[in-house]
Design a protein around this ligand. Structure first.
Ligand code: SAT
Ligand code: MN
Length: 611
């Protein structure tokens, strides 16, 4: 027997508004689940669902002493990351999705989805998950309701968002909310046994920006299934932001406090997926005199405040970070954050019931269960944890979480960083010449591809403007125009942009910069620039620090290796700008004129460097 409208009414909390009841009943009639539950976000619910998943084999409970209240899930090898080729922006006009998105006609896509979702929850429980992105009731926050047939999604959403009763209370007050429907796409026939990672080979991650709707089918993983994250907080929110004069960005947010005068600086930074945003957000400075506090590690929503400055909130309540490479030496604060109450996906399991991944501290164990669930030894010759394996952890558990991380009005942004993985060409740090140059820097970001998506070749260089390539819900060139508009609106109160690159290598392939905690040295220079305390020298890609102004105490960076960090090869840049021009051409006449002017100015600087 599938769920009827009466069942929906009986299961719903007393304050559920009629429009929500009607929508849930409609989705239930389409997807025909066997049961329905409204998520309340309580500990009791978490305990019940995690125990249920332990029973069904979806979760392995980790060693209670080493990792209390924490669980491991293993996905299928076909469902380990976002699927960009199956991600669609269904705007009425194709040009509103633009060349960087897969477009589909909304009417046609709705018809396809109707077919896919018909009966797709048979044999399963439908969970109705009310949630808030951003602090409950905050002026920058937004509400949503995800319907999902995955208890794994419910538990992850409890960590990643403010989920449950309080969110429904706000919806009941009449606040707008985004409907988001998710199914793993595997109906169960009577008596058919479930698998531990149900998912469908055919996946659809679809967005309807004009009506603020999200429909996701076939995947249980990360950004494909936790619809508050990339689907809502970036793709839908970026279109809302364009309409309403704010910004939804793929950026971490941190607070840097300078001990000498107590001055606080807030920095946001855009890097493509799996390029170390979590590490930078939780950085432990290697230079004295600074304290870092984390506000967010992945997404920033920014709005002009009453004083005309730009204010940022982290819309998420947890971190969904890449596990491999995370250790007490690379990111001790992340290690502390995940000590309890965490979900791990596709990492390896140790013989004493704890987690392990490549790059974690200590000796490599003699035996593990790998992410496929098979025995593993160091001789196996394969990775024990998937390169995109993840931890889901409550942000509140981070020892350096900022005291204002839930401030509803956000924190005032002082500087915006753009980065990527670049073995060559891009200097350690460069400041914008003028506002439009800042947008040009963001627009021309290119980065070596990581494992965060399944269907793009890792290692290759690809254009990833503003680190938003897979996340911009509308035409990317219009998005650049929106940035220029926001800059014009805020004038000199709009934060300056800096291009950074921690990943530069020498000709032998050795890292030229130690990275991690030593990136505090770059932040130190940036905030002294913001405070107007230090000069910069004009260079090809932007304004650079003077060697003598930059804190290199205790580092083995000579004037010679410093020069390598800032070395510019005019031929390589000329070739890259030819390529960038070709890239810009794919947007036709939508590319804002100031961006093309910046390209011309950049070429002049390259030419001058040749003489
Ligand atoms: O999209 S995910 O949330 O799975 C992670 C990412 O790509 O940044
Ligand atoms: Mn991300």
């Amino acid at each position: 027997m599938s769920v009827t409208e009466q069942d929906v009414r009986a299961a719903a909390p007393a304050n559920t508004p009629e429009d929500v009841l009607a929508w849930v009943a409609e989705v239930a009639a389409l997807t025909t689940p066997d049961a329905i539950e409204f998520s309340d976000g309580t500990q009791e619910e978490w305990d019940r669902l995690t125990s249920l998943m332990v029973e069904t084999g979806v979760f392995t409970r980790l060693n209670e002493e080493k990792r209390p209240n924490s669980f491991l899930a293993r996905s299928l090898p076909s469902d380990v990351a976002r699927v960009e080729s199956r991600t669609f922006i269904c705007s009425e006009k194709e040009e509103d999705a633009g060349p960087t998105n897969h477009w589909a006609d909304p009417v046609e896509m709705k018809a396809t989805l109707k077919e896919k979702f018909t009966g797709c929850m048979k044999g399963r429980t439908m969970y109705v998950i009310p949630f808030s992105m951003g602090p409950l009731g905050g002026p920058i926050s937004q509400l949503g309701i995800e319907i999902s047939d995955s208890p794994y999604v419910v538990c992850n959403m409890r960590i990643m968002t403010r989920m449950g009763k309080e969110a429904m209370d706000l919806i009941a007050e009449g606040k707008p909310w985004v409907p988001a429907v998710h199914s793993v796409g595997v109906p169960l026939e009577d008596g058919q046994e479930d698998t531990t990672w149900p998912c469908n080979d055919e996946k659809y991650i679809t967005h309807f920006p004009e009506t603020n709707e999200i429909w996701s089918f076939g995947s249980g993983y990360g950004g494909n299934a936790l619809l508050g994250k990339k689907c809502f907080a970036l793709r839908i929110a970026s279109t809302m932001a364009k309409r309403d004069g704010w910004m939804a960005e793929h950026m971490l947010i941190l607070r840097l406090t300078r001990e000498s005068d107590g001055r606080q600086f807030h920095i946001t930074a855009a890097f493509p997926s799996a390029c170390g945003k979590t590490n930078l957000a939780m950085l432990e400075p290697t230079i004295p005199g600074y304290k870092v506090e984390t506000v967010g590690d992945d997404i920033a929503w920014m709005r002009p405040g009453p004083d005309g400055r730009l204010y940022a909130i982290n819309p998420e309540a947890g971190f969904f970070g890449v596990a491999p490479g995370t250790s007490y030496s690379t990111n001790p604060m992340a290690m502390e954050t995940m000590k309890a109450n965490s979900i791990f996906t596709n990492v390896a399991l140790t013989d004493d019931g704890d987690v392990w991944w490549e790059g974690i501290d200590g000796e490599v164990p003699a035996h593990l269960i790998d992410w496929h669930g098979n025995d593993w030894t160091p001789e196996s010759g394969e990775k024990a944890a998937h390169p995109n394996s993840r931890f889901t952890v409550p942000a509140s558990q981070c020892p350096i979480i900022c005291s204002d991380w839930e401030a509803p009005e956000g924190v005032a942004v002082d500087a915006i960083l753009f980065g990527g993985r670049r073995a060559s060409n891009v200097p350690l740090v460069a400041e914008q010449y003028e506002p439009a140059h800042g947008v040009f820097i963001g627009a021309s970001v290119a980065s070596e591809v990581t494992a965060a998506a399944t269907d793009v070749k890792a290692g290759a260089l690809r254009h990833d403007p503003f680190a938003m390539l897979p996340f911009c819900g509308y035409n990317m060139a219009d998005y650049w125009g929106h940035w220029l508009d926001m800059q014009a609106k805020l004038g000199d109160k709009f934060p300056k942009a800096y291009q950074v690159n921690w990943f530069r290598k020498d000709d032998e392939g050795n890292w030229l910069w130690p990275g991690y905690g030593d990136n505090s040295r770059v932040l130190d220079w940036i905030v002294r620039r913001v405070a107007g305390e230090v000069e910069a020298i004009d260079g090809v890609t932007g304004r650079y620090p003077k060697f003598e102004d930059f804190n290199l105490d205790g580092l083995d960076v000579t004037e010679e290796s410093w020069a390598k960090l800032f070395h510019i090869c005019p031929d390589a840049w000329a070739a890259e700008m030819d390529d960038t021009e070709e890239y810009f051409k794919t947007f036709g006449d939508k590319v804002p004129a100031p961006i093309l002017e910046q390209l011309a100015k950049f070429r002049e600087r390259i030419a001058a460097a040749r003489d």
